[in-house]
Design a protein around this ligand. Sequence first.
Ligand code: SF4
Length: 147
Amino acid sequence: MLVSSCLLGQPVRYDGKGQTLQHPQLRVWQSNKKIISFCPEVAGGLSTPRAPAEIIQGKVITNSGEDVTEQFQTGANIALELCKKNKVRFALLKESSPSCGRNTIYDGKHRGVKIIGLGLTAALLIKNGVQVFSEEQIPALIKALAL
Ligand code: SF4
């Protein structure tokens, strides 16, 4: 299973921090070595910390107006290649990120408002048949893995 690195506590977020998911099932998956840790934005060539970015009109733009769509798309492509290479069918991704968001993203105006939407990596993985869940959907992920 592909898992957003920040959920595993790795300090890869735009603010230089991690966001460790406190869920006992995660420890089980980790001890079973079922996890591939991945951060699309770092893989796409962005540094940490970095300017926060949001999706607007199909592009990813930082809060200072820089277009980082290419780096985000590169990260998404690498995520897909990694899934194909390792026959990964499930992903657990960080909600609301412009890369990893599964159900919500920010509205593109850098004002803290969330809307329904997908991050670039989540969208590409779903399009290619990977079942993507957010950290808010662990019970559904456990159920899907058991099928
Ligand atoms: S791109 Fe994904 S894995 Fe990387 S910091 Fe953002 S939410 Fe976490």
